[in-house]
Design a protein around this ligand. Structure first.
Ligand code: CA
Ligand code: CA
Length: 292
């Protein structure tokens, strides 16, 4: 029977030395219940919806941390998302790009579909916004911020069926997830997906060796090599160099050949442009880089 961790066990930053909320063996499945990105501070029954008075320091809680036995620095923690269940009601605050207005609405899910503006009813495709482990540096990284440890990646490839590989910096990994989106497009341009509480069923394994210095996602049909930086240009450069190395390591081609493959059959995609660091990913088809 899988361990179930309630959202009472939550952190607002990933940091070295976090006290584990649970300890599991590598290969175990855990169910992590997660609050919405406002930590449940927004009353979903109120009209109009308002986040006034919400404590920003409580945003993006991640449930955990989970200590995985056998995960050591230098390994990758492999988190296979088996299932994402979501609450019946979520929310979205839409802001324009200069943040001069913000309006929110509660979003109801019926028959697996969300009701969006314009009368559109769209099937949900839950995404995990925050997924991470303890970082390598001494400073805690708030859950608002993505990085090589994971964190606020807001990357739509982090969905049911995907495996997220995260570099282990501290024994046990210290894994956590939160910030579920019932639906999110690439870019997350207004700052939010359909923000919603829920639970994540995830199998935690350990891979000896590395896939690179940052998150890598096995998204089924493709690999996604992820990087975050202050600008999209910087993030793109980092992601492309990592993707080049990934392709070289997996196929044996030379560096310029790997770049040619990236330019012809791979996609550079924007995950999000709204967090303190921006996140992009290079998507490499499995026919190029193979299954693990
Ligand atoms: Ca987020
Ligand atoms: Ca979010």
């Amino acid at each position: 029977m899988a361990i179930r961790l309630s959202s009472e066990n939550r952190v607002y930053a990933f940091a070295r030395g976090m006290a584990p909320a649970a300890t599991v063996d590598a290969g175990e499945t855990v169910i992590l219940e997660a609050r919405d990105c406002y930590d449940g501070q927004v009353d979903l029954t109120r009209t109009p919806l308002s986040a006034d008075g919400a404590d920003g320091s409580l945003c993006n809680p991640a449930t955990g941390p989970v200590f995985v036995r056998g995960a050591m620095p230098g390994d990758m923690l492999c988190a296979t998302i088996e299932k994402i269940d979501v609450a019946p009601v979520g929310l979205i605050f839409g802001s324009n790009r200069d943040w001069t207005y913000s309006a929110g609405m509660a979003v109801h899910i019926e028959d697996g579909k969300v009701a969006l503006p314009g009368g559109h009813r769209v099937p949900i495709e839950p995404v995990i916004g925050v997924i991470g482990v303890a970082p390598s540096g001494d400073d805690a990284i708030p859950n608002s911020t993505p990085g090589d440890h994971g964190g606020n990646l807001d990357t739509p490839d982090v969905r049911t069926g995907s495996t997220v590989y995260l570099p282990v910096a501290e024994e046990g990994g210290l894994f956590g997830v939160g910030d579920i989106h019932a639906l999110q497009g690439d870019g997350e341009v207004c700052g939010q997906g359909i923000e919603i509480a829920g639970s994540v069923t995830v199998r935690l394994q350990v891979m000896k060796g590395t896939l690179g210095p940052g998150p890598v996602i096995d998204a089924g049909g493709h690999w996604a090599v992820v990087a975050s930086a202050e600008t999209l240009d910087e993030a793109s450069d980092i992601a492309l160099l990592r993707a080049r190395d990934f392709v070289m390591a997996r196929t044996g081609v030379k560096d310029h050949e790997a770049i040619m493959l990236l330019s012809t059959v791979c996609d550079l995609r924007i995950s999000q442009i709204v967090n303190p660091l921006k996140t992009v990913r290079v998507c490499i088809p499995k026919r190029i880089a193979g299954a693990w």
